[in-house]
Design a protein around this ligand. Sequence first.
Ligand code: 48C
Length: 367
Amino acid sequence: MQPINSKIVTVILVLILLMVLLYCYINQPYRFSIISAPLSELNEITKTNRSPSSEQKAITPNNRSDPTHIVTHEFHLVAPDHLQYQQPSIVFGRTDVVMVTPWLAPVVWEGTFNPNLLDSIYKLKNIRIAATVFAVGKYTIFLKNFLETAEQHFFVGFQVHVYVFTDRPLDVPQVKMSAGRQLTVRSVPNSQRWQEISARRMELIQKLIEDNLHSYADYIFCLDVDSQFHGRWGTESLGGLVGVIHPGYYRDDRSRFPYERRPESRAYVAPGEGDFYYCGGAFGGTLEEVHLLTKTCHTNFIDDAKEGIEAAWQEESHLNRYMWINKPSKVLSPEYLWQDFKPRNPEVHLVRFSGVIKNYAAIRPNV
Ligand code: 48C
């Protein structure tokens, strides 16, 4: 009897060992992940899942080429073959301006990029651009010029969706829009304080991204309405987080920047700190980046208000604090928001977008 018992015990032990090994093998984590990319990249993958050009190779995380699984990273730049253009140089170029920040973000100036090459690259990516503009109270008078000049200069030839926020929807002018471009009017309440109208933009842009845009646009630009376009504003401006350098201070020492200087404010920038002074009248980037910027600026603006503080230049102060910490991945020169009352400086070869001359006392609800 003894040998049979020991045989049975041995068989049972071997079976148990096999089951344990099988259980471990089945539950190894890597075995069933089709895409091991983290969720954020997964969103990226689904979002950029466009019909591929012949040149776009499918690149899946394990680099297996798989035509049913087209993914390209957001900033993967594919150029059409045989496109003819002047040979680029890394030793000859503009010497009167700086074209890169200390954190290696491009600073976009006229003459430093090839617009046809960039448009050819982005045409292949089938991108969609959203633009927000607020015309509350008497500021609706600026809409006609803004919209008509946007049609002539803002991402011409690309899919653009302009969102006009106003308390006077009937005053929004009819503007003929080219194919692939559309305009949506969103009603917002008026306010007795221009500071509040201006600052509230952050919250409304955040909500727009959350409610509507998250799967209908790739990039978004947020622009002042009391301005108009005079030159190209296009694919050269695309990037993750895009800041525009304010025309009023770009030659000054940062001690002269109108930052918020009270330490108790969440927009505080201390003396001896700050890179550039960015304007609140033009900023943009990918939906994700602009969502985080607007959400952060709105939250900080509200939290300041709860403590009875309103930053020196409202949301523009909070944007400058944000971009001091969260460095923009692309910086647009003052060509992208000039001021009509300023004579053009020699380094500004082209004014693309500019604030019009206006009488604030006549158009604002308060001083
Ligand atoms: O739509 C209005 N109505 C107002 O009464 C005050 C501001 N605004 C919006 O906020 C416009 O879109 C303005 O462009 C923007 C704030 N910017 C300015 O007032 C100047 N560009 C500094």
